[in-house]
Design a binder for this molecule. Sequence first.
Ligand SMILES: [Zn+2]
Length: 353
Amino acid sequence: MPVLTRLIPSPVVVDIRPGALDDLACVLADERISQSGRLAIAVSGGSGARLRDRVAPSLPGADWFEVGGGTIDDAVRLAGAIQGGRYDAVVGLGGGKIIDCAKFASARVGLPLVAVATNLAHDGLCSPVATLDNDAGRGSYGVPNPIAVVIDLNVIREAPVRFVRSGIGDVVSNISAVADWELSHRVNGEKVDGLAAAMARQAGEAVLRHPGGVDDDSFLQVLAESLVLTGISMSVSGDSRPSSGACHEINHAFDLLYPQRAAAHGEQCGLGAAFAMYLRGAHEESAAMAEVLRRHGLPVLPEEIGFSVDEFVRVVEYAPETRPGRFTILEHLALTTEQIKDVYADYVKAIGS
Ligand SMILES: [Zn+2]
């Protein structure tokens, strides 16, 4: 008999709203994630201290662990500190580094993870991957999805606005990533997971078409939900394909070629996506995407994040090497340096200034 449906690994709780953090203990108890209140909470030493002061009174049974940074050593150290503490769950309370450390540590000690994101910089807050720095640079480690995702929009508003903008670029780039996936299907017969593609693309479209801005709650709500759905789309497909194509290869190339000068993840991905859409001949979509990115204060030209045209051409040329095996519009066109220069000049004309 065929399997008629499939189960999707996904969080039991997704709580996104202003004030969500104040109800954390109740939500975890109601959902039987932690009835005893015994929680291991990972926070950063810096901005985490303020949050800790605010949240600690409502979580009397919790132990707090300061996480040094975003390396594999930090994550292993955290796992060691938590081990044997008889906790119900690990809570990662912070930005990407803290949540990634907590994801890895919770997987290692066999406890569920509650992700409490304090900024919306990228789609990793609900994904089955922990990105951690190691001796070889940066590694992606497969981990279970969080059992709960809590995003307090009041806390998000306190984060630097650049972090919110970065999330916009990351989620809008899904549209380009899914187009790359479909291209690979047409050219190479790569299998596209329709559900994962639908979730990722709709998340991108929702943010692209939302008329609001980073200052209003209805926009932040849609952005946060879109980032969560993007993370789950990666669980559905089993890899980062729904949210990572030429846009992310360009982002990785910025990071690897210019590690000291690289901009935020979503800034580079958004620029990469607008350019990749132009490359694939979707000129109107590229211009529309660039217009939205501009409206939110995101870069659409390399100069806007401090890179010359020649440096950007080098980035685009190098990008395919950052992700061997992933087929995108960059691998498909395999442009020469001169061709990249020409098409970039056309892109600049097309999006206007
Ligand atoms: Zn990303």
